[in-house]
Design a protein around this ligand. Structure first.
Ligand SMILES: Cc1cc2nc3c(=O)[nH]c(=O)nc-3n(C[C@H](O)[C@H](O)[C@H](O)COP(=O)(O)O)c2cc1C
Length: 392
């Protein structure tokens, strides 16, 4: 338990055990499931943690309130990594009222069979705890239908659910002024690109809503608590949700025997010769696509390459492109390249995807039969030149 004020507590946990978040995204640095508690005339919990950490969570609550009862459990987001302890909270505190919106109630019944003692709240409705008053803001599809945020007025604290969160367990430092943010920034962007990015329009809607309230502290369900400079994370979310990429290049390729890789290397060199310093080259079969997507989110220029594999793209590139399409990527300048030996579908498929994604494809497209020759070097230089000219 960590006291955030004399009456608001962090009762979250660090997960250093799970390898793959949502069974897909590597979290070598762990992740935190943040939950909070407000102790006033009434006691309110805000979100719970993943079921695996049930005992630790309940112990933390008890360490603050002893034998007092919990009056409310606010569910900002019912994804199981935050709602996994609902049933044990109900068992431990049978009179607890579960606070959520109409959609939360539906999920609550479906996941946990809980139908009693549910308090349904609507947009801007308030709940008085004594000195603290909670106001609820609906933020649907950020990133589930039932997501909402809870604002505590006396401390100007926003409990934001998954919004403003990120990977990376809390290594002692919990608040933004206690940590070196560069590590958390990378892990926040990877979380954003892979989990929230698809719902960027909803993020913009939520940011507009929040612009009407004064926020001094942001408490997300993952990662650090922002109380020194909450504007920093709001600005980052604004930038990421507008998909405003920085000048820089991501080159991702799939290559079995090095021919496509050779083009990737030539392209990287061509960008470097044009003065670009931020160039990230990824073998899509080697680096998990969540890291590649995170950099694609960061930069404005993307080069995608694939050899032809059984009339298709090389499978790891196919996965990356499917994820890119699902993320509703926009505002990127793209070049494509690849090699083949007889039918050569991969580059055409790469091109087709850029049409589906509505991202701008730059010429020349580089499609090589067998090993790349000297004309490939010229094509790489021409493509790099066109893409650099389009940077800010
Ligand atoms: C398993 C396998 C399947 C392939 N399937 C095709 C194909 O369907 N059409 C084609 O034109 N070339 C195909 N090729 C040839 C490669 O696309 C070609 O040799 C390419 O240059 C390899 O590039 P890389 O060295 O970057 O892997 C295949 C090669 C392998 C090893």
């Amino acid at each position: 338990m960590i006291a955030m004020t004399d009456s608001i507590y962090w009762v979250g946990v660090n997960d250093r055990e799970t390898h793959l978040f949502e069974s897909m995204l590597p979290i070598p640095q762990g992740v935190s499931y943040n939950a909070y508690m407000i102790v006033d005339e009434k006691v309110a919990l805000i979100d719970t943690v993943k079921a695996d950490y049930n005992d630790t969570y309940l112990d933390k609550i008890k360490s603050v309130i002893g034998n007092r009862d919990v009056d409310y459990l606010v569910i900002n987001h019912i994804e199981p990594d935050h709602s996994g302890c609902i049933k044990s909270v109900v068992e431990a505190y049978p009179d607890v009222k579960i606070v959520g919106n109409k959609k939360t109630a539906n999920f609550l019944e479906g996941f946990y069979g809980v139908t009693e003692n549910v308090l349904i709240v609507k947009e801007s409705e308030t709940l008085n705890l004594g000195k603290h008053e909670l106001t609820f803001f609906m933020t649907p599809m950020l990133h589930w239908p039932e997501t909402m945020m809870t604002y505590e007025g006396s401390n100007k604290t926003l409990f934001s659910g998954d919004a403003f969160g990120g990977f990376g367990a809390l290594n002692g430092g919990v608040f933004d002024n206690e940590v070196n943010f560069s590590f958390y920034e990378d892990e926040m962007r990877r979380y954003y690109a892979n989990i929230v990015g698809r719902y960027s329009d909803m993020v913009q809607r939520a940011l507009n809503k929040l612009s009407n309230i004064e926020v001094q502290t942001i408490c997300s369900t993952h990662g650090i608590v922002w109380r020194d400079n909450p504007k920093q994370v709001i600005d980052l979310y604004d930038k990421w949700s507008k998909q405003e990429g920085e000048d820089g290049v991501v080159i991702a390729y799939g290559s079995m025997y090095g021919n496509t890789k050779a083009i990737a290397e030539q392209l990287a060199r061509a960008f470097a010769e044009l003065g670009i310093k931020d160039i990230k080259v990824y073998d899509a079969a080697r680096t998990h696509m969540s890291y590649i997507l995170s950099d694609i989110w960061r930069y404005n220029t993307v080069l995608l390459g694939s050899s032809t594999y059984n009339s298709k793209m090389f499978p790891p590139m196919e996965s990356l492109l499917s994820k890119m399409e699902n993320s509703k990527l926009k505002n990127k300048n793209i070049g494509v390249f690849g090699t083949y030996s007889w039918s050569g579908e991969s580059v055409d498929l790469l091109q087709k995807l850029t049409e589906q994604c509505k991202i701008q494809l730059f010429e020349p497209t580089i499609k090589n039969i067998f090993a790349p020759g000297s004309e490939t070097v010229d094509n790489c230089k021409a493509l790099a030149k066109n893409l650099v000219a389009a940077m800010k």
